[in-house]
Design a protein around this ligand. Structure first.
Ligand SMILES: [Fe+2]
Ligand SMILES: [Fe+2]
Length: 214
């Protein structure tokens, strides 16, 4: 993988076919490029943070099949699925004894899930609370879950680092259990309630844009 100047990266991104991905790697904060994608190429790309600095950044950028407007359910629900698929692959690698690969892939998973949790706490939850006026409801429970999820992620990383496959497997199962329940509550309660609280498609899409650039 090589580093890219912003213009080189944008050229490679513009050349992407639908559903194809480009990994943008750099030593600098990628936010300026991501902001340009949002402002100059609205709704055409999704991205996932694989490595979040401060020394090194890697962002996986995907061209969407269609550039239609999005809502929170589609956007963050899709990210739940993406992360669940990665965790399944980590479990397989742990089972196969591929310790270094499992640790590397789990680091990408943790980076993505930490980003997802930050985006919810910094952007989504305040938007939900402001639009619905519900301050002591689902977001209180979900914030508690997030603290537990982060603790479980740290346990998995510690066991992988120590090379204890059995303990890592058990910690992944515990993480998967709490994530499963947490995601159901978000997908069945918080995301749809947030989408319904927005006045129209434009407002839903604007919120997704703010979540995406968190
Ligand atoms: Fe969450
Ligand atoms: Fe979530």
């Amino acid at each position: 993988m090589t580093d890219h100047s912003d213009d080189d990266a944008l050229r490679a991104i513009d050349a992407l076919q639908p559903e194809h991905v480009f990994i943008m790697a750099s030593d600098d904060d990628p936010k300026p490029v991501l902001r340009r994608l949002q402002s100059d190429r609205p709704r055409q790309f999704e991205w996932s943070v694989l490595e979040a600095g401060p020394a090194r950044y890697r962002i996986e950028i995907r061209r969407r099949a269609a550039a239609g407007s999005r809502d929170v359910s589609e956007y963050l629900g899709g990210d739940h699925q993406r992360l669940a698929d990665i965790l399944t692959e980590v479990t397989r690698l742990v089972g196969d004894g591929a310790r270094a690969d499992a640790a590397r892939l789990f680091a990408e998973f943790a980076c993505g899930l930490n980003w997802h949790i930050d985006a919810e706490e910094i952007t989504l939850f305040p938007a939900f609370e402001q639009k619905t006026g519900i301050l002591e409801g689902p977001t209180t429970v979900l914030r508690d879950d997030h603290r537990q999820i982060r603790r479980r992620m740290a346990e998995v990383a510690d066991h992988l680092k120590a090379g204890d496959a059995a303990a890592a497997g058990r910690a992944i199962t515990a993480l998967d259990d709490i994530l499963g329940e947490h995601n159901i509550m978000e997908e069945q309660v918080l995301y749809p309630m947030t989408d319904q609280a927005m006045v129209d498609r434009q407002e839903r899409d604007d919120l997704v844009k703010r979540i995406q650039i968190t």
